[in-house]
Design a protein around this ligand. Structure first.
Ligand SMILES: [Zn+2]
Ligand SMILES: [Zn+2]
Length: 140
């Protein structure tokens, strides 16, 4: 009788439909009619594929990260613009921009507040344009 070609110990009872190895019942997967050596790599690949995030499931995460990046940039603008205006000798202005997702909400105060809002909107549009052109969710 032929010995199992996988473990080399027990008696072969089946023939793998993929590699034609003669294998014992312990080294055989009857549901797929494959030997252990053929079945396990295939099985692992299927499991790995199930846990690999697809482009669709990545999209909300990417948008969330982009939103956080915009909030961070908005905070930088909020801190930097009044300082820059102060450096330029313009006093009494303040403003800040809040991003909820891709939507900027700008607040301005003082005689130059509207300028801060315009600067914030321009930065927001530049960010949106950059994200739209770069499309981080389509890259791998
Ligand atoms: Zn065996
Ligand atoms: Zn096989």
């Amino acid at each position: 009788m032929a010995r199992c070609e996988v473990c080399g110990e027990r008696e072969a009872a089946y023939v793998c439909r993929r590699c034609s190895r003669r294998v014992c019942p312990d080294c055989f997967e009857p549901y797929s009619w494959l030997c252990k050596l053929c079945y396990e790599p295939l099985h692992k690949r299927v499991e790995y594929g199930a846990f690999t995030p697809s482009a669709t499931s990545m999209l909300p995460k990417v948008l969330f990260i982009a939103g956080l990046a915009m909030i961070f940039l908005g905070m930088i603008v909020m801190l930097m613009v009044p300082l820059l205006l102060e450096q330029a000798g313009i006093q009494g202005s303040g403003g800040f921009i809040v991003f909820i997702g891709p939507f900027p909400i700008a607040f301005g105060a003082g005689p130059h507040g509207s300028h801060l809002i315009i600067a914030g909107v321009i930065i927001a549009l530049a960010m949106l344009a950059f994200i739209w052109l770069y499309k981080p969710w389509t890259t791998r």
